[in-house]
Each structure stands twice: as C-alpha cells, then as structure tokens.
Ligand binder design. Structure first.
Ligand SMILES: [Zn+2]
Length: 288
C-alpha cells in the first residue's frame, strides 16, 4: 500500500502539473470508484479549474474553482497517471499501467484536461475518488478521526508524547501506526523509526522515557523526510515527476533486511510479528 511518502510524491508531482488546468470531461463507470452522479459532475466538475493539490495523511485533495474538491484515496493498488504530449508522470501503485497505453483495464476514472489527461487506475478497486464541497472535507468522518501530520511544523514533540501516552499500556509499534495518534505512519516507517530510536516494537508505552520518545519523534520525521526525498519506498518501477524511480528501500536499515547485519552493530536482523504485522528489528540495539 502506498504510504505517506509515496502519496506525498504524487502530490508534489501533480502540484507542478495540474493547477491552472480546466477539467473538460470526465469518464467513470464504476460507482465504487467514483460514486458521484452525472448531475454532480456536470454542475461542479466540468468546466472547473484546478486550484491546488493537497494531501492529508494518505489522501490527496484536488481543490477546484467551483469550491468543490476531488478527494482521492489510492488504497492498495491505486495510481494516478498524468499524460500530455510533453510530460509523463505517474505514481502510486507500481505496475505497468504507469507507462503503458491508457485507458486500460485498470482505469476507473479519467479526466480530460484539454492538452492533457489524468487517469485514476486501480486494479483491485479498493481506492476511490469523490467530489465533495470543499468546506465539508473537515467534517468527513475519515478526516475527523485523523491525528496530526507528522511533518507539519506545528507538530511538536510535546504533542507527540502526549498522544502516544494516551495508550500507555499498549505496545509502541501499533500506537505509532494508529492513524488517530499520528496520521500516515505505516509499517515500513514504524520499523525504521523504532530501529533508529533503539526501541523494541513490543515495548509498552509506559516503559519508554520521555527522552526515548523524543528520539522516536526525531527518527519518525527523519525517515519520512528521507523517503520523500528518495521518492517513496516502492521497490518496483515507477516514475515520478522527473522520471526518477523510488529508491528508499535501498536505504532502509531494517525493513526487509532480515538475516542481514544491523548497520549499527552487526547483529543479524530478525523478522517477527507484532500486533499482526511483519516487523523487522535488531535484537541487540532494540533489546526489550
Ligand atoms: Zn543493532
């Protein structure tokens, strides 16, 4: 599943390409992927100019001049592909549709932008696009439950500690991945941040000192930033706005590095399960 850095890569790419363009036409025929009516799209989408592309957690928000917004959740296999005569940009789930002829069998929604097209492809149909009034976004249940953005400058270590400590009896890894605690930290980044802070993923929150939570806060921000710099964690082909491929996994220090030496102490990294999720750790650096 695309994690926060991958979705941020999509946002960065589309932010350079979409604002200012007008939506002339939309094609959709799969109600689960795009549940709005033709009446909605005729009134609030067709003829709308794209104002900006935002992100909240793993959701993209495309604001339109009609004061409506498209909200897009890529889920497991969603991807967005922009095509014009001069530009190819695609990101999200890494498969051949990023580079092949479009629309194809996985295309659920396509937007005609005059000289360009935007395709929402989603093989497994878990993702969705919705057209909603912009002012209503913050009242949507999904957004109301989300914790703060870890990369926002207003998200302080005090707030991080306070939110984590609300679940003092829990193991730290599932708390870190709880989207209502912090938005957008998935499995890869939880493992990497915990390794960085030398915290065992099964350690109870109440046993972790404030200083160590500060280390975790810093590591979480660092791994997310590093991954955005590298274009996301995808380990297969995809193209970002500059045609670069994501490469974060090559820089991962524990994730999917079981049976390899810990980059810090040389101990062999193990893979285990914590709260139902595959978990990678150094048994020495992250001793319980
Ligand atoms: Zn180690």
């Amino acid at each position: 599943m695309p994690e926060l850095p991958e979705v941020e890569t999509v946002r960065t790419g589309l932010s350079r390409l979409l604002p200012g363009l007008t939506i002339y036409k939309v094609n959709f025929d799969w109600p689960k992927s795009f549940p709005n009516s033709k009446n909605d799209t005729d009134k609030f989408l067709i003829g709308a100019r794209i104002v900006q592309v935002r992100r909240r957690a793993k959701v993209l928000i495309i604001d339109l001049s009609t004061k409506y917004s498209l909200i897009i959740h890529l889920k497991m296999t969603g991807q967005l592909v922009f095509r014009s005569d001069s530009t190819v940009f695609g990101a999200g789930h890494p498969n051949d549709s990023l580079l092949g002829n479009l629309p194809d069998r996985s295309t659920r929604v396509s937007f005609d932008l005059g000289k360009a097209k935007l395709f929402f492809n989603d093989q497994r149909k878990f993702g969705w696009v919705r057209l909603v009034p912009s002012v209503e976004i913050e009242n949507i249940d999904f957004f109301k439950k989300l914790g703060p953005e870890p990369l926002s400058s207003s998200f302080t270590v005090e707030e991080f500690r306070q939110r984590i400590k609300r679940r003092s009896k829990s193991q730290i890894k599932p708390v870190l991945m709880d989207q209502s605690v912090v938005a957008g930290v998935g499995n890869i980044y939880a493992d990497e941040a915990l390794w960085g802070a030398k915290i065992n993923p099964e350690e109870r929150v109440k046993d972790i000192t404030d200083d160590r939570l500060y280390e975790l806060y810093k590591e979480m921000i660092n791994v997310l930033r590093l991954s955005i710099e590298k274009g996301g964690s995808t380990d297969k082909n995809y193209v970002d706005a500059e045609g670069k491929k994501g490469s974060y996994l090559k820089f991962a220090r524990v994730f999917r590095r079981q049976n390899l030496p810990c980059p810090r102490c040389g101990t062999i990294i193990v893979k285990t399960r914590v709260a139902g999720r595959g978990t990678h750790l150094c048994p020495k650096c992250q001793k319980l």
